[in-house]
Design a protein around this ligand. Structure first.
Ligand SMILES: Cc1cc2nc3c(=O)[nH]c(=O)nc-3n(C[C@H](O)[C@H](O)[C@H](O)COP(=O)(O)OP(=O)(O)OC[C@H]3O[C@@H](n4cnc5c(N)ncnc54)[C@H](O)[C@@H]3O)c2cc1C
Length: 472
């Protein structure tokens, strides 16, 4: 029997695409290369039995705000999001820290009179309309809420560095903005990096930066359970190496990146599209670490113990330096470290009294350098005695990340560089970015709009494009 749809890959975009197709009454089969589902939302006992670590994504603000995922009955399939008391914190060498709280006012009050006023003016109007903003940011370009987007756009188009210097007086506030913007993996003096800081800070106030109780795998499991309840199938351990060897289906949706697509499409893609796809740029890689800890991290700034996420990197200048180095293919001695302490809100991930810890730093694309010492030195800088709490550690350089998930090309977690030039032209400049020249074959990974993040919107929009074509 010919299936309506095959989806290659079971990341959040693949599963969202499959669900959207199944909701429309289509028969769907998901083919996943690895032994378990979820792509970059998998969880595993990486260090020791009983310690559940998120192999890749862990903070699911975008999943909670996703216009599509929030319509799905995922709680009924066991998914529960838990919130740290504060979304994120940024510690400094003098033992102080800025804590970004759920409340805009509480955060602004902690920044001093001038920066507090500037913060409120900048963030409050967007936090008040966060659902509309996310609908526009995660939706098709330029369609929804034009006035709100115009207001956001003139601020977001700046570089993070310009926004921080232009709006704030205190170096500490500027550093906090840099820490949020550095999630982009794009140099902080590049246009549009301010948008990452603004979007993530607004999300922190509007929805928190929550984690899935029991690990990110719970999101993948809930999506899979919902898909199966709609009649969809998932086959694991099935790596697709050629479009020509797939079971018969009317459409194929590929939750993979351009380089892999070119490989499995072979001679079926050629000419201009193939050349443009071959020019698609990948970004820096990440060096990922996980720890089993005997006690919470001993932060010098005690308020850091309330935050789920920490940005370790000191001043704006230092973070900007490190991000530029990774982008330009150079190593940096004091990399910006993005760290999450799940134990703050989810004790279920480790045996009683113990904790898990998650962190990564940005490194040159495909780097083979071991960053363990540099990452741990950055943690010790703000939490002396940290190493004494370590029961076990697990490190993943870019090549290991890619071995576990072929989409993480050279350790790039974004599915391709996310600078302004490629933000709206993923994977090529086109009015229908999901369609490929191969009839009935679509791309649906984070290499398509709206890009990186656990939100499923790339999959949802690709499925809509496929359904429209099937309807015709
Ligand atoms: C270390 C790390 C940390 C991150 N942290 C966060 C975070 O905290 N919050 C957040 O929102 N986002 C985060 N992200 C980004 C987020 O996880 C990704 O943007 C998102 O998972 C992309 O989803 P996807 O479905 O496009 O691809 P993926 O999740 O990468 O899934 C792709 C799937 O396709 C499968 N596949 C690949 N090739 C084939 C093939 N040939 N045949 C069959 N199957 C194949 C892979 O095995 C994989 O299961 C992080 C990513 C990483 C790597």
């Amino acid at each position: 029997m010919t299936l309506d749809a095959i989806v290659i890959g079971s990341g959040p975009n693949g599963l969202a695409a499959a669900i959207a197709l199944a909701q429309a009454g289509r028969s769907v089969r998901v083919l996943e290369a690895e032994a378990t589902i979820g792509g970059a939302t998998r969880s595993l006992e990486l260090t020791q039995p009983g310690f559940i670590h998120d192999v890749c994504s862990t903070v699911h603000a975008l999943a909670v705000l996703s216009p599509y995922l929030k319509t799905l009955p995922l709680a009924a399939h066991g998914l529960e999001y838990v919130h740290p008391p504060a979304p994120f914190a940024h510690p400094f060498d003098d033992g102080s820290a800025i804590v970004v709280e759920r409340s805009v006012d509480a955060t602004a009050d902690s920044l001093g009179a001038a920066d507090g006023r500037a913060y409120r003016q900048l963030i409050a109007p967007f936090a008040a309309r966060a659902a509309d903003l996310m609908e526009a940011l995660l939706g098709p370009v330029g369609v929804r809420h034009p006035l709100l987007m115009a207001r956001f756009g003139v601020r977001a188009i700046r570089s993070a560095s310009a926004l921080a210097h232009g709006r704030f007086r205190d170096e500490r506030t500027r550093a906090m903005i840099a820490g949020a913007a550095a999630h982009s993996m794009v140099p902080l003096e590049y246009a549009a990096t301010a948008g990452y800081a603004l979007g993530l800070i607004v999300a922190a106030h509007a929805a928190g930066w929550p984690l899935a109780r029991g690990g990110s795998q719970q999101l993948a499991n809930a999506l899979a359970a919902h898909l199966r309840s709609l009649g969809g199938e998932i086959v694991t351990g099935m790596r697709v190496d050629s479009l020509d060897r797939l079971p018969a289906s009317r459409v194929v949706l590929c939750d993979i990146t351009p380089r892999q697509f070119l490989r499995i499409a072979g001679a079926r893609v050629s000419g201009r599209y193939a050349r443009r796809l071959a020019r698609y740029r990948y970004g820096p890689g990440v060096f990922k670490m996980d720890w089993a800890l005997s006690s919470p991290v001993p932060w010098r700034a005690r308020e850091c113990a309330r935050a789920g996420t920490l940005h370790l990197g000191g001043s704006l200048a230092e973070i900007a330096d490190g991000e530029r180095a990774a982008w330009e293919g150079r190593m940096h001695d004091k990399p910006y470290v993005l760290l999450v302490q799940p134990g703050v809100c989810d004790p279920s991930r480790a045996p009683a009294g113990t904790h898990t810890l998650w962190a990564y730093c940005h490194v040159p694309h495909g780097s083979t350098r071991d960053m363990t010492t540099r990452i741990e030195d950055q943690i010790e800088r703000y939490a002396p005695g940290f190493r004494e709490c370590v029961i076990a550690r697990h490190a993943m350089p870019p090549a290991e990340m890619e071995r576990r998930n072929a989409n993480l090309v050279g350790g790039d977690i974004s599915g391709g560089a996310s600078d302004l030039a490629q933000m709206f032209t993923r994977p090529v400049f086109s009015l229908s970015p999901y369609a490929t020249p191969v009839d009935g074959v679509y791309l649906c990974s984070s290499s398509t709009p709206p890009g990186i993040g656990v939100h499923g919107m790339c999959g949802y929009f690709a499925a809509r494009a496929a359904l429209e074509a099937m309807g015709r």
